[in-house]
Design a protein around this ligand. Structure first.
Ligand code: K1U
Ligand code: ZN
Length: 172
């Protein structure tokens, strides 16, 4: 297992549309382990494969409350198959946009379908943090970031900040 470097804004990889996983191979199982280790180390409650530079439709998540009761999930080719009319506002963060948090409105409850590492297709209902997180992660698979839901003014501000930081890194 290894902790992989995170892809950070404004890296254009974050705008890629990830490809479906066709077969669950040893490479996919290894990637899932690395994603979980990278997510727990960050720390985060979710991670999409593109956030470590791999453009495939795979997500890890763990929204459990305590470290002693970890509930790791690996979602392959996840999709939302139902979303409630009711919305909820949650303060979101993103491991690819470090230390920036803003309120985002999304459907309050969703049902999603995914394949697990055993190749079984499962459906799950989610509310609360899990509903927010799975929508945020599926957005990553489609090249969408939570800042896309903010006003142009806020989005431009955060883009400018991260572009400047990236320039400083190149110069350093
Ligand atoms: O995809 C990501 O960038 C991970 C992101 C997921 C997420 C968090 C909050 C709302 C929606 C989606 C994170 O995990 S950011 C870090 C974070 O929120 C957190 C970290 C440790 C404990 C609890 C939350
Ligand atoms: Zn994110």
């Amino acid at each position: 297992m290894s902790i992989r470097p995170l892809v950070i804004l404004p890296d254009s990889k974050l705008r890629l549309i990830s490809e479906p996983v066709k077969e669950i191979t040893q490479e996919i199982r290894q990637l899932a382990e690395d994603m979980l280790e990278t997510m727990y180390d960050a720390p985060g409650v979710g991670l999409a494969a593109i956030q470590i530079g791999v453009p495939i439709r795979m997500v890890t998540m763990d929204v459990s409350k305590t470290e002693d009761e970890r509930q790791p999930m690996v979602l392959i080719n996840p999709e939302v198959i139902w979303a409630s009319e009711e919305k909820r506002v949650y303060e979101e963060g993103c491991l690819s946009i470090p230390e920036y948090y803003e309120e985002v409105e999304r459907p309050d409850r969703v049902r999603f379908r995914y394949m697990n590492l055993q190749g079984e297709t499962l459906e799950q209902d989610a509310d609360g943090l899990m509903a927010t997180c799975v929508q945020h992660e599926i957005d990553h698979l489609n090249g969408v970031l939570f800042i896309d839901y903010l006003s142009k003014l806020k989005r431009d501000r955060v883009m400018t900040k991260f572009k400047k930081a990236a320039k400083r890194e190149v110069g350093a």
